[in-house]
Design a protein around this ligand. Structure first.
Ligand SMILES: *[C@@H]1O[C@H](CO)[C@@H](O)[C@H](O)[C@H]1NC(C)=O
Ligand SMILES: *[C@@H]1O[C@H](CO)[C@@H](O)[C@H](O)[C@H]1NC(C)=O
Length: 186
């Protein structure tokens, strides 16, 4: 039986506060034949589970610009509605395995320290959707995970969302904590 708690501000091992579960990070297959070039560009967040440093933001986009064969410069942009300000977080996403393996190590510049997080692209067609997932082992008996459904369109069709959600369901990754990301009036 899985037990989980959503923990905010969990800095153990540089893990930034996600959904914590018992056990070991499951071994989940990633997109085959991944291409850094094809996956580059702008992605809109459609749905995601809690991510502490993104809370309070809407209209979230991730822009990936290749800076080498293995690395993107990544910019996360969010609108903070109350102030009307834009929050920008940037960093790098570097392939952590083979060149065509959709596994990244992401270093984001957040506040004074940078944070390192694994990002796995479980499935993408490069031009409509991407089902992203992150999992970090905290200790022998617990792990932290989060997931983001990213789309090329700010208003993806139901069909596209269904396809992206199905990737998690098929791999037994819970979507219980998923929430729609507000992409209206951006
Ligand atoms: C990946 O590439 C191999 C070799 O070109 C091909 O056989 C396979 O069908 C491809 N898989 C996907 C998911 O595109
Ligand atoms: C998902 O869970 C079901 C039921 O527990 C199991 O039969 C199936 O093998 C699991 N699939 C994966 C990919 O772990």
């Amino acid at each position: 039986m899985f037990q989980y708690v959503t923990v905010f501000a969990l800095f153990l091992c540089g893990i930034n506060s996600q959904t914590v579960r018992e056990g070991k990070c499951p071994d989940v297959p990633v997109q085959e034949n991944f291409s850094l070039i094809k996956f580059a560009g702008a992605w809109y967040e459609a749905e995601r589970s809690p991510i502490e440093f993104e809370e309070g933001g809407s209209c979230t986009t991730h822009t990936l610009t290749p800076v080498s064969k293995v690395t993107y410069h990544e910019v996360i942009s969010q609108l903070l509605r109350e102030s009307g300000q834009t929050r920008l977080i940037d960093g790098t996403a570097t392939l952590s395995g083979k060149l065509d393996e959709a596994k990244f190590t992401v270093n984001l510049n957040i506040g004074p320290q940078s944070r390192t997080t694994p990002y796995f692209i479980l499935e993408t067609d490069n031009n409509k959707y991407a089902s992203m997932w992150s999992c970090s082992q905290i200790d022998a008996n617990s792990y932290a995970e989060f997931a983001i459904i990213m789309t090329r369109s700010r208003n993806p069709s139901k069909k596209i969302l269904k396809k992206a959600r199905n990737v998690y369901d098929r791999n037994n990754i819970s979507r219980n904590e998923f929430k729609k990301v507000d992409q209206n009036n951006c």
